[in-house]
Structures are given as C-alpha cells and as structure tokens.
Design a protein around this ligand. Structure first.
Ligand code: IPM
Ligand code: MG
Length: 367
C-alpha cells in the first residue's frame, strides 16, 4: 500500500482547533482508503516564534521540502503585534510559500448546495456557483524590493512597497489558468489594473500571448475594481479568475463570502513540476480568527476541504476526495452547522461536533 507523508502545521488561533478535526479525517482515511498517511507535526507562525524564536524554523522548512504535502491551519494573532515584521507570524507563511516556490494558488469558491441560503447574496445569484480564483503567490508587491519605511534627508518620512513581475512569473501562472479552465468551463478572466499600473499593462500583454496558445479557451481581461464589483453583482459569469498576489488576496476573500462563509473556502498552493513531483501546501483561506479562538466554535470545513484538494492534486485519490466532499454536503444538508453558517432555527454545532458528524457520515458512505 502507498504511504503518503504529510506535514501538519496547525499554526495559531483557530488553526489548532480546525486541524484537530482534520487529524480525525486523516486517521479515518488511513484506515479506510487505498493509501496510508504518515503524519508529522510542527509549528508555524506565532507558535513557532514562541518555540523557536522564528515563525518558520529551518528544520520545519526542511520537513516541508521533503514531505509529499503540507497541510496548514492559520497564522497570526494580536499576541505578536509588536514583533518585528520579519519575525511576525505572517512572515513564516510567506517564507514557506516562497521557499517551496508555490506560485499557483487555487482558491475555489463553490457554493455547496445546502448553503445557498447562507450567502449574503440572494440565493439565485450564488446557487450552483463554481468559480476558481487562481492567485499568483510568490511575487508581486508581497515580495518586491525595495520596500520599507524611511526618513529622507529633509526629515520627511515615507513608506514604499514595490509591485514587480517578471515575464516568466506571469507566463507560468497563465499557463496554469488555461490548463485549469480546459478542465472546467473554458473561460479565463485575467484581472489587473492596466488602466493605471505598468505591471497591469505587462500582465495583459503576457496573458494575451499565452492565451493565443489555447484557442479553445475564452480569454477576457478585466480591471480588478470591476472584478470586485462583478463578483458581488453576478458571480456566475466567472469560471477561472487569474490574477496577481495582492488582487488575488482581496478578491478571494470577497468570493469566499459568496459561498456562505469565509470558513468554507479551501486552497491549494502548488509549485512547478520537478522530477515528476510538485511541492504543495493546502490551507484554508480564512485566518486565525483570534476573536473566536479557544471557544471550540470555529468551522473546520475549509481545512477539511483543503485536505480533499490534497487528496485530488497531490495523491490522485479522486474517489476519496469525492467521498469526503459528499460527506460534507450531506452533513450540511442534515443541518449540522457551525455558528458561521447556521441559519435561524438551527442550534449551532461546535468544531468537534462538526468533525464527529463528518466521520460518522464517512462511515455511513463507506458501508
Ligand atoms: C491569505 C492571507 C495571507 C496573505 C496572510 C495571512 C499573510 O490573507 O492567505 O489570503 O495575505 O496572503
Ligand atoms: Mg487573505
């Protein structure tokens, strides 16, 4: 039997609580699926800062580089607000993305049938929604130099960040966009601010050039502000949205809410294919939610759905991924809801009750 090695990085805040439920799902898959999992755990973010003095220790990074896939909870919290920027919890995550060259960040916003009425938009606008935000994850303003806060000779202070993209960085992302669209509804929206930014003009030029290699895929260019508006006006017009690091960060939070809750959105971050292997990190789109951490009420579904993506993308275990997603749909249809997705009249389930319901449903589906 194949054994897949997983590195679990719960991180901070609700990260611990949601990864605890994921661990139960992994154990279930370990005993009931076509593969086995060997799981290692470590800290990242604030937890790693407290333990190792750095948000991503060298030994943790080394484990991330050798395992088959990394699954993460979330990082950050007010406890580390005063820590220097390069040691902040978020820096650990950004380093991990950069070091593993995880340039392609897939953030699917799928409206699960039972949750169409939980969205902040009218049900008919979101029911059946299935869009994929493809965010560039290792370049752009998140990593561009120079950056910093400085005082000029005349005493005026200023801050700067740099938005910078190499041709190759846009090119490889756009190839992923068209390849993904070919397996979906054959439509790519390339999103930038070509009306204002040089990187936007450049992005559009390269997206067009790569697009010409995929004649069967429809390519539309859209300004990022218009895209934000269209996402809340008529989200079903989209299939794949390909965009840069910062716009992707913002638009994916926006898309998440269409599905009912930020607690529902999974993600996969993939590196280039080297020697038949691809580095991969799976994590929920939501953050560490310090306001509800420790209360046992967080929604573990984004993390569990991220693991379903892991089964699909890293291990080609499509049947198991389908089964896990069906288990989640059935549990939601049975009105087991954490507080973020509970509608009137439903007594909210705790994080662990949600985990138990999923395990019970997996048992039922298996038998
Ligand atoms: C995300 C998060 C991160 C980001 C933070 C935690 C650094 O918001 O994954 O969307 O900005 O990329
Ligand atoms: Mg974000």
């Amino acid at each position: 039997m194949t054994t897949h090695s997983l590195l679990l990085l719960p991180g901070d805040g609700i990260g611990y609580e949601v990864v605890a439920e994921l661990r139960r799902v992994i154990e279930w898959m370990d005993s009931n699926s076509s593969a086995q999992f060997s799981v290692t755990e470590d800290d990242i973010g604030g937890a790693a800062y407290d333990r190792y003095g750095t948000p991503l220790a060298d030994e943790t990074l080394a484990k991330a580089k050798t395992c088959d896939a990394v699954v993460m909870g979330s990082v950050g919290g007010p406890k580390w607000d005063d820590v220097e920027r390069h040691l902040r919890p978020e820096a650990g995550l950004l380093n991990l993305r950069k070091e593993l060259d995880l340039f392609a960040n897939l953030r699917p916003a799928t409206c699960r049938p039972a949750l169409a009425s939980a969205s902040s938009l009218r049900e008919e606008l979101v029911s059946g929604l299935d869009i994929l935000i493809l965010r560039e994850l290792t370049a752009g303003v998140y990593f561009g130099e120079p950056r910093g806060i400085e005082t000029l000779d005349d005493g005026r202070r200023r801050a700067l960040d740099t938005q910078v993209y190499f041709e190759s960085e846009i090119e490889r992302l756009m190839h992923v966009a068209f390849e993904l669209a070919a397996r979906r509804s054959s439509k790519v929206h390339s999103v930038e601010k070509a009306n204002v930014m040089e990187t936007g003009v450049f992005w559009r030029e390269i997206a067009t050039r790569v697009g010409s290699q995929y004649p069967a895929i429809e390519l539309e260019h859209m300004y990022a502000d218009n895209c934000a508006m269209q996402l809340v006006r008529a989200p079903k017009q989209f299939d794949v949205i390909a965009t840069d690091n910062l716009f992707g960060d913002i638009l994916s939070d926006c898309a998440a809410m269409l599905t009912g809750s930020l607690g529902m959105l999974p993600s996969a971050s993939l590196g280039p294919l080297t020697d038949g292997k691809r580095a991969a990190l799976y994590e929920p789109v939501h953050g560490s939610a310090p306001d509800i951490a420790g209360q046992g009420i967080a929604n573990p579904l984004a993390t569990i759905l991220s693991f379903a993506m892991c089964l699909r993308f890293s291990f080609a275990m499509n049947a198991e991924a389908d089964m896990l997603e069906s288990a989640i749909d059935n549990v939601l249809a049975n009105d087991v809801r954490t507080v973020d997705i509970a509608t009137t009249g439903i007594e909210p389930a705790s994080t662990s009750e949600m985990g138990s319901a999923i395990i019970a449903e997996l048992d039922r589906l298996k038998s």
